[in-house]
Design a protein around this ligand. Sequence first.
Ligand SMILES: [Zn+2]
Length: 426
Amino acid sequence: MLLIHNGRVVDPARNFDGSADVLLEGEKILRVGTKLDPSPAKDVQRFDASGLIVAPGFIDLHCHLREPGNEPAETVESGTRAAARGGFTAVCCMPNTQPVNDNASVTRFILDRAAATASVRVWPIGAASKGSLGEGLAEIAAMKDAGIVAVTDDGKPIATAKLLRHVMEYARSLDLPVIEHSEDVSLFAGAVMREGATSVRLGLRGMPAATEAICVARDVQICALTGARLHVAHMSAKDSLDLVREAKRRGLAVTCEVTPHHFTLTDEDVVYDSRYKMNPPLASRADREALLAGLADGGVDAIATDHAPHTQASKDVEFDRAPFGITGFETALSLALEALVHSGRAPLARVVELFTSGPARVLGKSRTIAAGEPADLTLFSTEHRWTFRAADSASKSRNSPFDGREFRGAPMATVVAGRVAWRREK
Ligand SMILES: [Zn+2]
């Protein structure tokens, strides 16, 4: 048994915020309450959570673990170690591995690697189309039996409205959400950042916000046609969020996520350094303001990292040639506290919701601290001062624009299935 005592439990699913002890037995939560005192005869490990927030286990809807196929950049082992340090108890890994996770044997391989090496739970996401090539459907039903929690062709959108319709009809019958990397590829072609004064000054090819919103509009239409669940990944633009808000008003099952880099940085922060190159690219100030408003008021459902590790060698090339993506597990919560809580934009419970019951709902799951629930908890401090050093990251990759950034607030311990998967040492 593990007793987490003296903490402040913040559980948005139950609308609870107050001091409470949490007693874990095996892989489940046994009891929640004040002054929980198991009989002295029992073998109880104690975790003093004084000064800490005790939250339901964080879920990351969007990451790249790179295994199989690009183990020099990341593995299930290293990636989930970084996830644990970020307070995540479960991470959803995108299917654009080599080979692509478009069939049950790749899904099973990832889950086998997770069972053997992972620090946190791994929930694979399957490809929507074979090889994510946008032609025939992937083996969605077989992958669902093997354990996928959603489908996507992430890295790019599902190629055509017709294919999206088929995917959504199929996903609906299997009760899986369809996650879209919403992008009009013709408008994006060749772009490496957002179009604007900075792209002109740097002489880099830009893309307009419409690149994303055009595709979101299409996706919402097919969602309405099929009745499937649509989740818009790494949303970066105000116009896209307006479309999602409108779809929600119409009662459609549309949700969306925003990454910490999109609510923290803008295209004005981009310098000729590939750690500022990601897709979708950093957006305008007005876009960032709209995303922050959506995170605060419920227009946005989840914060997701889009953790996208790349080796130094692959990122250390000209901006134009570098791959898209940055690492994100270890800085996500601290960036959210900075942008939302310390700024006074949103209450703490709302930020916890964006990492817990928000993403859980997207997957059709629940996330709460109650007897009988899985013993997954995230313990964090809103005040702990620390500096992120990419060189000290548990990830195999170092491609973060937040290297050297000083933070107020940090994950302090991650509990998965009743066991302390990671605990901050200093
Ligand atoms: Zn993507």
